[in-house]
Design a protein around this ligand. Structure first.
Ligand code: FAD
Length: 366
């Protein structure tokens, strides 16, 4: 029933205006509120904090429906399934009461700031600094590639509170992006995910009350590591459903399209390409389902999450590239879902930890 309501919502309220959002390079606040109304934003936020009180299975349903329709924005996955869990796990009772219900209702839009112009893979090298000053911290630095950077109200910001201590000197804050000293830079032009705003952010003596520290001071590394398993699984779930959708679309398209007096589907090359990917996807699906199941019980390891992210994102890119090719010139046209998906999914190998970083994690256990 929940899947059905998400699907109807996307068809009625997202698809008809999606292209306008792509042209604008951002999503309007009203759609966040509408998503909040039907529960999409708070699926696994506990009921006492304004959510539906479900688990990652419900999050996955939303992720799958968005992926199935090729909807890469709004970044509800980031807001609800990546950022909210940090507050749930590490927020004080007061922080949870103050922020989670507003996130679930869409009144507050959130972002996460880890990556800096100098690098994203090596988080120990974060340079954005937070210096204690009485009851406040004073933040200086810059972040880049920040999803929701233009539209967000708050950012979960990774800073260095002790530059001498490497990863032990990191602290995480919930920062009001409308504070004095915050400057939002360009909305970066991307090859895909065009309806999502992705921005540079600059912090110049921004005062953050100490009540907005998430977790303990200098223990931000623990906070950040906690979220990585789910973040990678979110990407894996999206990747596998995007591959499934592209395969379905390509079967339908090639069955219609004619060349040399037969359908494109009837060429042996087409059947072999589609058969190969049908097999790969069918093998990937139960693995990802099993990961979802394990994660819902809190048993998915960092290593297996890395394998899921690595495998599914590379699978999706292989499938999408071949599916685009089987569409001929139409596959290169933005109006065709396979073109959008091809461009949108490419980033899955880059964010949530690059696939090279995934290989490092996997190799540690070999
Ligand atoms: C559309 C988009 C949205 C994003 N949204 C956010 C966001 O909301 N918040 C946020 O904080 N970040 C965000 N990011 C940033 C993303 O997480 C980083 O781009 C990513 O972590 C890689 O960091 P980098 O770009 O600095 O690449 P680098 O770290 O400079 O890496 C460059 C290359 O070197 C490779 N490399 C690095 N280290 C190693 C190693 N040890 N071994 C082998 N190869 C290595 C990488 O795999 C990569 O191929 C987003 C990025 C994009 C493109």
């Amino acid at each position: 029933m929940f899947r059905d309501s998400v699907s109807k919502f996307i068809e009625a309220e997202v698809l008809p205006v999606y292209e306008e959002w792509e042209d604008a390079g951002r999503t309007p606040r009203e759609i966040w509120k509408r998503a909040g109304d039907i529960g999409i934003l708070g699926t696994s936020i506990p009921e006492e904090y304004g959510g539906m009180g479900g688990d990652f299975l419900f999050d996955s349903i939303v992720l799958e429906e968005l992926g199935r329709y090729g909807v890469a924005a709004p970044a509800w996955d980031m807001h609800s399934y990546i950022i909210a869990p940090f507050l749930i796990a590490f927020g004080t009772e007061e922080q949870k009461r103050k922020w989670l219900s507003k996130m679930a209702s869409g009144d507050v839009i959130s972002a996460i700031g880890l990556t800096e112009p100098g690098g994203g893979s090596d988080l120990r090298q974060i340079r954005t600094a937070a210096r204690r000053d009485g009851d406040n911290f004073v933040v200086n630095g810059a972040k880049t590639f920040i999803t929701n950077g233009h539209i967000a109200d708050y950012i979960l910001l990774a800073t260095k509170t002790d530059p001498e201590m490497g990863n032990k000197g990191i602290s995480v804050f919930w920062v009001d992006l409308n504070s004095e000293g915050v400057r939002r830079g360009r909305n970066l032009k991307k090859i895909g995910n065009k309806a999502q705003d992705t921005a540079e952010l600059f912090f110049d003596n921004v005062r953050v009350p100490q009540e907005n520290l998430i977790g303990r001071e200098n223990d931000g590394w623990t906070v950040l590591m906690h979220g990585l398993v789910q973040e990678r699984l979110v990407v894996a779930v999206r990747s596998v459903v995007i591959a499934e959708a592209a395969l379905d679309q390509t079967i339908a398209y090639t069955r219609e399209r004619k060349a040399f007096n037969q359908t494109v589907f009837d060429f042996q090359n087409t059947k072999f390409e589609l058969a190969k990917h049908a097999a790969e996807i069918e093998v990937a699906r139960p693995f990802v389902d099993r990961c979802i199941e394990l994660h819902a019980k809190g048993e998915l390891s960092m290593n297996v999450a890395a394998k899921a992210k690595l495998w599914t994102t590379e699978l999706a890119d292989r499938v999408l590239d071949d599916c685009l090719q089987l569409h001929g010139g139409y596959g290169y046209m933005w109006d065709f879902p396979v073109a959008r998906a091809w461009a949108d999914a490419r980033v899955h190998r880059i964010y949530a930890g690059t696939n090279e970083v995934m290989k490092h994690i996997i190799s540690r256990d070999l």
